[in-house]
Design a protein around this ligand. Structure first.
Ligand code: HEC
Ligand code: HEC
Length: 273
């Protein structure tokens, strides 16, 4: 245990340095909402608890979602911001059950869940909505595409620069779905502190960027043009070949980049080879 811990700490994680209340408020806008029995434009009359899954989806403007995600961050942080962006737009277009979703439940996701640096809240929140709006077969594919997008692209995007507090920020690729890694990588390239206003603004942009991409994926689903594109990278697939399901050991689960935490030169670290 100690030896492994030491090994893990030596492996630098950063190697690639590189609500109801809201429902009511929005429901009022669509002229239906809760008090009116939730008579939404699509004829749905179900509130959140009684709604049949998946919930109906109508195409959204990703750029509207992007800006709302940024703004929502400053109300309730990353996960809340991402959910608010998507759900407020869906409330306006679809009505219930989105209008009666208690979005305050998504505040906990900030900082990778109450500051633990675990799963990025922008991802966590956006995936919650992907889950609501797509069926059993589709949502894991949409989630996978969003996670892949998040881990492989440069953030924050420049698309917030017209209104952001800190326009033109330096970008970084996290390689991980973890808030901790994402923030640490960005702090490394920006030279800013993890609890600085600049880092907060970077994450506000991220909340918008991730939610906007989620909207884009759902739009493709609605158009019937969504096609799952992600494949497990070869390096990860090599490790999984022995360690994941179907492998000789079958002792792990996951698709995260093994290299960020373990040594990719597995021969040197596997005495039996
Ligand atoms: C050919 C099969 C095989 C492949 C490929 C493989 N492993 Fe392993 N791995 C093993 C076996 C067998 C053990 C346990 C015995 C040992 O240490 O030799 C092990 C042990 C481990 C351990 C725990 C002990 C240690 O030595 O650190 C880790 C962590 C690990 N592997 C990670 C990885 C990663 C990451 C990759 C991909 C870069 C990988 N493995 C690729 C077979 C494999
Ligand atoms: C975010 C960091 C992280 C990532 C990414 C990651 N691991 Fe791990 N892995 C760990 C930690 C931490 C442990 C627990 C080590 C311990 O306590 O002994 C572990 C444990 C393991 C073990 C069991 C080690 C043992 O001693 O039996 C294997 C095997 C393993 N990981 C393989 C992989 C493979 C393969 C991947 C890529 C698909 C991967 N890991 C991705 C951090 C990570």
């Amino acid at each position: 245990m100690e030896a492994t811990e030491e090994k893990l700490s030596r492996r630098n994680f950063l190697k690639n340095a590189s609500t109801l209340a809201t429902g009511l408020a929005v429901g009022g806008v669509v002229g239906g909402g809760l008090f009116a029995g939730g008579c939404a434009s699509n004829g749905a009359t179900k509130t959140a608890m009684a709604a049949k899954w998946p919930w109906p989806y109508q195409k959204l403007d990703p750029e509207v979602v992007r800006k709302k995600g940024y703004e929502g961050y400053y109300e309730g942080a990353c996960m809340y911001g991402a959910v608010r962006a998507l759900v407020s737009e869906l409330s306006a277009k679809v009505g219930d059950p989105y209008s009666s979703l208690p979005i305050d439940m998504f505040r906990y996701g900030e900082g990778g869940m109450a500051g633990w640096g675990s799963l990025c809240g922008a991802l966590n929140g956006s995936c919650a909505v992907l889950n609501l709006a797509s069926d059993k077969k589709t949502y894991p594919k949409l989630v996978t595409e969003l996670l892949n997008f998040y881990t492989t692209n440069s953030f924050p995007s420049k698309k917030h620069d017209a209104y952001a507090k800190f326009p033109g920020q330096v970008q970084s690729v996290s390689g991980s779905t973890l808030c901790h890694v994402s923030i640490a990588n960005w702090c490394k390239v920006s030279g800013k502190k993890a609890l600085s206003p600049e880092r907060a603004d970077r994450c506000a942009k991220l909340a918008g960027d991730v939610a906007a991409h989620a909207a884009g994926l759902l739009n493709k689903m609605a158009d019937g043009t969504f096609a799952a594109a992600y494949t497990i990278p070869p390096a990860v697939q090599t490790c999984r070949g022995c360690h994941a399901k179907g492998g000789t050991l079958g002792n792990i689960r996951g698709k995260e980049n093994c290299e960020q935490c373990h040594d990719l030169n597995y021969k040197a670290h596997h005495p039996s080879f």
